[in-house]
Design a binder for this molecule. Structure first.
Ligand SMILES: Cc1cc2nc3c(=O)[nH]c(=O)nc-3n(C[C@H](O)[C@H](O)[C@H](O)COP(=O)(O)OP(=O)(O)OC[C@H]3O[C@@H](n4cnc5c(N)ncnc54)[C@H](O)[C@@H]3O)c2cc1C
Length: 468
């Protein structure tokens, strides 16, 4: 038994330490499924003290540590290097405290988003952070990627909901700041360094999240419209007409709507014809069961009157609501059939969204005239997805498509990552959304918090010898 093996066994016990053939395949990759590295060890701690002991040992021996939550990311952020320690938080999943007066919930980082939703809802509260991967994505993972999701237009992203955090630093120090207050201006707000840092600055072990009272009403509708200028106007006008109740605003280009509704036709009939250029799925949540539905219908009627909406379907039941959401969310099976595909989660200002999409699509078609391109996104927070199939899954083809998309994003001053983070897949393109000075500052922070470079090394930041 090597020194590190013995130290890890001492930290978590033999039953939660795996090496060699005992390592299950799921620990070798994330949702990209592509890179199947050979980690040295998998450890599954149960307590923050065990996490601290693991990091102390790894730091002393100079061994890389990749933290894993639900492995729902696609940028290889949770994929370990050869020989690295995989630190899985799956056993740290307790819902520790729901404080109904402060409207907060404190949970361990390995709890799934869905488990937190269920605990909050049982007590009459809503955790607004919601993603399609809710059943597997963990609180630690959504914090470490600053996830946004389906309701960001109203309640913001993970960063806006984390009131307090506990994290373990590279040298094993446990830093606990599980505050329940919205405001804390006592010095540097260090938790924001951890949020979105993809396991490169520390291991998130616990979080206190802000809850909202559960809304009494939920109204959902699918809107067809004939121009992106109308999508932009719809967002502005619905936000006003619905008096702040607009909580989701998902836009789908015609190609996406047509492909998904056709592929799922055997499961459910398309809610409206696929003949419109754009579709918007909206949801509003409020507190007045009598007034809210009437206000919702009036807002949509006004949108039709203004020419912003060409067709509207309003869900009349929970079942119809699920069917409308399925148009946007029931994607995995249809898309799997289109493999190999390259997926993008970029962001640009709403005003630049149509032009950026057009520019990216034109550039891709310049290289691959027959490319299949599906476009959709959380328009409310500037998030845009492209899924691109060019019939060639080679790294060279991926690079060509990457350049087409990221050049268009850079031209609009947008971001190469609005969801999954940078990980390994996007790190060579970091300079498309960050200035050299920003990247230099990131390197300073990384060196200060992880001088031995053991925390997810090689993720986010391109090697320092690179031009960026
Ligand atoms: C169907 C689907 C829909 C999605 N929709 C959205 C969406 O709408 N919006 C959005 O933003 N994202 C979305 N995502 C992306 C996604 O689910 C996230 O990236 C998620 O936040 C990652 O959580 P995870 O637990 O799976 O983390 P993992 O994939 O396991 O890890 C992600 C990164 O975080 C690090 N990490 C994980 N846990 C910790 C921890 N405790 N401490 C430190 N570092 C850690 C890992 O090392 C890795 O770098 C979607 C994904 C899928 C599959």
């Amino acid at each position: 038994m090597t020194d590190i093996h013995a130290q890890l066994a001492k930290a978590v016990g033999d039953t939660n330490l795996f090496a060699g053939d005992a390592i299950e395949d799921r620990y070798r990759t994330d949702l990209s499924g592509i890179l199947r590295a050979e980690p040295g060890f998998v450890v599954r701690p149960r307590t923050v003290q065990e996490v601290a002991a693991i990091l102390r040992a790894a730091n002393a021996e100079g061994i890389a540590v990749t933290t894993q939550g639900g492995r729902t990311g696609t940028v290889k952020g949770a994929v370990p290097d050869k020989g690295a320690i995989v630190l899985s938080l799956e056993r740290m999943s307790a819902i520790e405290e729901l404080d109904p007066l402060s409207m907060t919930i404190t949970v361990e980082a390995g709890a799934t988003l869905q488990a937190v939703h269920e605990a909050a809802e049982a007590a009459g509260f809503l955790l607004p952070l919601d993603l399609g991967s809710r059943g597997s994505a963990t609180v630690g993972g959504v914090i470490s990627t600053n996830a946004g999701g389906l309701r960001a237009v109203r309640w913001g992203v993970a960063r806006d909901m984390v009131l307090g955090l506990e994290a373990v630093l590279a040298d094993g120090r446990i830093v606990t700041g599980l505050k329940k207050t919205l405001k804390d201006n006592a010095g540097y707000d260090w938790k924001h360094l951890m949020i979105g840092s993809e396991g490169t600055l520390g291991v998130v072990t616990r979080a206190t999240l802000r809850l909202r009272p559960i809304p009494r009403t939920t109204m959902t509708a699918l809107i067809a419209t004939d121009g992106f200028d109308k999508v932009v106007a719809l967002l502005r006008d619905l936000d006003i007409d619905l008096g702040g109740q607009l909580s989701s605003f998902e836009v789908m280009w015609q190609d996406f709507y047509q492909m998904i509704t056709e592929a799922n036709r055997a499961k459910r009939a398309p809610p409206m014809p696929a003949s419109y250029p754009f579709y918007v799925l909206i949801e509003a949540m409020g507190g007045d069961p009598v007034g809210d539905p009437a206000r919702f219908e009036a807002a949509l009627a006004a949108a039709i009157e203004r020419g912003q909406a060409s067709d509207v379907v309003i869900a009349q039941s929970g079942r119809e609501r699920d069917a409308l959401w399925a148009v946007r969310e029931d994607l995995m099976e249809p898309m799997r059939k289109l493999w190999p595909m390259f997926a993008f989660d970029v962001s640009v200002a709403l005003g630049d969204m149509a032009a950026t999409a057009e520019r990216a699509i034109t550039a891709i078609r310049g290289e691959y005239p027959n490319a299949l391109i599906l476009t959709y996104g959380h328009a409310g927070d500037g998030n845009l997805h492209f899924v691109v199939g060019v019939g060639d899954g080679s790294p060279a083809a991926e690079h060509r498509v990457d350049l087409a998309v990221y050049s268009a994003v850079a031209q609009a001053g947008g971001s190469i990552s609005a969801e999954h983070g940078v990980g390994l897949t996007k790190r060579d393109y970091l300079g498309f959304s960050r200035t050299p000075d920003e990247i230099a500052l990131m390197r300073i922070l990384k060196a200060a918090l992880d001088p031995g470079n053991i925390l997810n090394p090689g993720k986010i930041l391109p090697p320092s010898s690179s031009l960026q």
